[in-house]
Design a protein around this ligand. Structure first.
Ligand SMILES: Nc1ncnc2c1ncn2[C@@H]1O[C@H](COP(=O)(O)OP(=O)(O)OP(=O)(O)O)[C@@H](O)[C@H]1O
Ligand SMILES: [Mg+2]
Length: 393
């Protein structure tokens, strides 16, 4: 059984700390400690000769453990590095991620925390190496960048998620092109739920692998939906989202743009710094409103903020969702208040929209003859034809 055990190397400054780890690991059947050292050079030789799976690396080794981590992860990308830090500072996780480490243990850690972390990190790394090999063989390249369509509003509950999902599916059905839906509502993302898919991988998994990400690898993290679109879900555990920053989002969106014809982005109901790149990169920014006074006022304020930020007005398209001909507030009232014309309206349909979200079936598939489905198809067509404003990439 020796072959299947996880091979661990400890690289830490003091003998005492190395002994503690050695003692803990000696009790675990599926882990074998194959070496320990306090020297960077010795460790490099050791990894070379022993096909190590996991390196436990003290943050102060060789004066700067992160520099050592960077070297190790560049030379041996298949080896998983776990940093061991004295205390958790805000930048610790970022430093670790950028150095190519897979996780950080804060001292003192319990034996079970140590063992769990080794096991989990090893599993994930092995799986990723496998996926990487599989996906590299079916590489696909595009010469032109895809269009990024970002669906945004500062008002909650106006239908951003509903619009993102159905627009993505309508675009795929109408054009036969490659469409990916990205859920950037980092804290409350529910696009996966609304599509009834299990988020096997989420944004956090890609962020963990951000240094290796390319068009092929990112594809292996996406979840295929029956409709033909691919989905990148937000985190299942929102607490992980604090490790996601705007640099990550920028890299992820640009990579998706290189592999897909359309990248549809579902946004949170506020300006949220880490997801700003989705506004900046967007070719079209769909700003969603509904015909209620409080919503229109809120959206007006968002448009003013965008203007204050020098956001190009030419990219903005106003979408009036939950439109009802019998409603008190007419589309032209909305246009007057916003000072912009409405690009598309989407009909209110209280029965079918709720059932579609509850069942996790996009309405454009579930109810092909509904008015709102026709509205989505016309929105998709308009966007395809609308070459008005290309983003500045
Ligand atoms: N065209 C519509 N007709 C009827 N109901 C709708 C329509 N669009 C959305 N809704 C309803 O509005 C609710 C909110 O929709 P959705 O979750 O898509 O909004 P959101 O803007 O993404 O919300 P959040 O800000 O919480 O992310 C849903 O329960 C949905 O049933
Ligand atoms: Mg939403």
């Amino acid at each position: 059984m020796n072959m299947d055990r996880i091979k661990v190397l400890v690289l830490e400054n003091t003998q005492e700390e190395r002994n503690t780890i050695s003692e803990i690991l000696s009790n675990v059947e599926y882990i074998i400690l194959v070496g320990e050292s306090d020297s960077e050079d010795e460790a490099l030789d050791f990894i070379e000769d022993n096909s190590i799976d996991v390196v436990l690396l003290g943050a102060n080794v060789g004066d700067d453990g992160y520099r050592v981590a960077e070297k190790l992860s560049t030379e041996y990308p298949e080896v998983a590095i776990i940093m061991m830090e004295n205390d958790l500072k805000e930048e610790t996780m970022h430093k670790a991620i950028f150095a190519g480490a897979k996780d950080v243990l804060i001292k003192p850690f319990t034996p079970s925390k140590l063992v769990d972390t080794i096991y989990r990190v090893n599993q994930l790394t092995k799986k990723k190496v496998l996926i990487h090999k599989e996906s590299s063989t079916k590489a696909r390249r595009k010469s032109t960048l895809g269009q990024v369509v970002t669906v945004f509003s500062t008002k909650g509950g106006v239908g951003k998620t509903f619009v993102s999902i159905n627009l993505a599916v309508a675009l795929a059905k109408n054009t036969g092109k490659r469409v990916v839906l990205v859920d950037l509502d980092l804290d409350f993302g529910n696009a996966a739920l609304a599509l009834n898919i299990l988020p096997k991988f989420t944004l956090s998994d890609i962020v963990d692998d951000i240094r290796n990400i390319d068009a092929d690898l990112i594809e292996s993290y996406l979840i295929p939906h029956d409709s033909g679109i691919k989905v990148l879900p937000a985190n299942a555990q929102p607490q992980l989202s604090e490790f996601i920053n705007s640099e990550h989002i920028d890299i992820i969106l640009r990579t998706l743009q290189s592999a897909f014809d359309y990248v549809v982005v579902d946004m949170p109901a506020r300006f949220h710094e880490p997801v700003n790149p989705a506004l900046a990169i967007a070719d079209k920014l769909l700003v969603v409103t509904t015909p209620e006074v409080s919503t229109v006022r809120n959206v007006k304020a968002a448009l003013i903020t965008l203007n204050d930020l020098n956001y190009p007005k030419a990219k903005i398209r106003v979408i009036l969702n939950r439109h009802d001909n019998r409603g008190e507030i007419k589309p032209k009232d909305v246009e007057t208040t916003l000072g912009m014309s409405i690009f598309s309206t989407l009909a209110a349909d209280y029965k079918d929209v709720i059932s579609s979200l509850n069942q996790g079936i996009p309405i454009v598939i579930r109810n092909p003859r509904d008015t709102v489905t026709k509205d989505f198809i016309s929105l998709a067509k308009k966007l395809v034809d609308d070459t008005g404003a290309k983003g500045h990439n």
